[in-house]
Design a protein around this ligand. Structure first.
Ligand SMILES: [Mn+2]
Length: 336
């Protein structure tokens, strides 16, 4: 599809040699475009902003683009105001994409990365496309922020409190505050290091986890009252209809963490939330415990993700999507 995909460099896993290579690539560049995935999360934005602040610190011209503006609960991230939905300048000679493995997931800003003379990719997702001249992919890292913190330290970067807060946000959010089984000793060591460098964990806790809008809480009430279960309560799902959002004054952004609540039910192994984002369009989030691979369920419907967290969407009514999805969830439960 792109020239980058034909010229792809071998995959590197983010060791000391890769830090040397990244350092060299950055220093040779004059102007750098930084990007991350659409519907950006704490890891995506934390990494993009930490990279931007680092480049500032070595006087390297740079800017950050993302298809979507930051969600409200991530607007506190130091430097968040520098994120634009379109590049403000032209002629970047290096593009760095963080926390995503395909150009598609860049959304509207993809062409700027596709056409960049040099492309660096730093990510922790399973690489299917993963374009780039330098591709640093460590699928064992729980967050791209773990890889980026490791690389920056290896490069001898001075981490400011602002950079540390961004990186710590990535680690905290992608590990579910160190509750998910992807959490590694390295993630905790680096998180401790980021605290030492002035990362503001209290700010992250307040802004990310204790700032739910009232409308969002009302919508969660609707989700819980619509809860359905099957297979001895090992499957749980709920549907939010288009008019539920309006009735509560809530938006889709408010549902960010909802599906995780369903998986806190002791019997539930696989949970999903269906959201009618607009009439005829249904977005689905899937979560699971342990060996149950919901990425496989999502792929059946042209979605994707990780083994325990995935998503897909349907062009249909919520009822049609629900029927298909529940069959997929049942098959997943039975086959694992
Ligand atoms: Mn991530």
């Amino acid at each position: 599809m792109t020239s980058h995909q034909r010229e792809d460099a071998p995959l590197a896993s983010g060791g000391p040699d890769d830090a040397v290579e990244l350092d060299r690539t950055i220093r040779e560049a004059k102007s750098i475009l930084i990007g991350t995935h659409l519907n950006p999360d704490g890891d995506a934005l934390g990494c993009a902003l930490a990279m931007s602040l680092y480049l500032d610190s070595i006087n390297k011209e740079n800017e950050v683009v993302c298809h979507h503006a930051p969600p409200k609960n991530l607007e506190f991230l130091p430097g968040a105001e520098r994120i634009h939905q379109e590049p403000q300048r032209a002629g970047h000679d290096l593009a760095i994409m963080l926390d995503l493995e395909s150009l598609d997931r860049l959304g509207s800003v993809a062409p700027y990365f596709e056409s960049a003379p040099h492309l660096v990719l730093i990510d922790h997702h399973i690489p299917h496309h993963a374009p780039g001249d330098l591709r640093i992919v460590d699928t064992k890292a729980p967050a791209t922020a773990v890889i980026l913190t490791r690389l920056l330290l290896e490069m001898g970067a001075t981490l400011t409190p602002e950079m540390a807060t961004n990186l710590l946000t990535g680690i905290v959010t992608d590990t579910g505050s160190f509750r998910y089984r992807n959490t590694t000793p390295e993630a905790m060591h680096l998180a401790a290091r980021l605290l030492e460098e002035g990362g503001n964990l209290n700010l992250i806790s307040e802004e990310v986890y204790r700032s739910r809008p009232m409308a969002g809480m009302r919508l969660m009430g609707v989700m819980l009252s619509n809860l359905k279960t099957a297979c001895d309560d090992r499957l749980a799902w709920s549907v939010l209809h288009y008019d539920d959002f309006a009735k509560c004054g809530a938006t889709e952004e408010d549902t960010e963490e909802f599906v995780n609540e369903l998986l806190t039910i002791s019997t539930v192994q696989i949970a999903s939330l269906l959201r009618e984002s607009k009439p005829g369009k249904v977005r689905v989030s899937l979560r699971s415990r342990g060996k149950f691979d919901v990425a496989q369920v999502a792929r059946e419907f042209n979605g994707g993700g990780h083994i325990n967290a995935a998503g897909c969407s349907f062009e249909s009514t919520p009822e049609e999507a629900e029927a298909l999805l529940v069959e997929g969830m049942k098959a997943c439960l039975a086959s694992s």
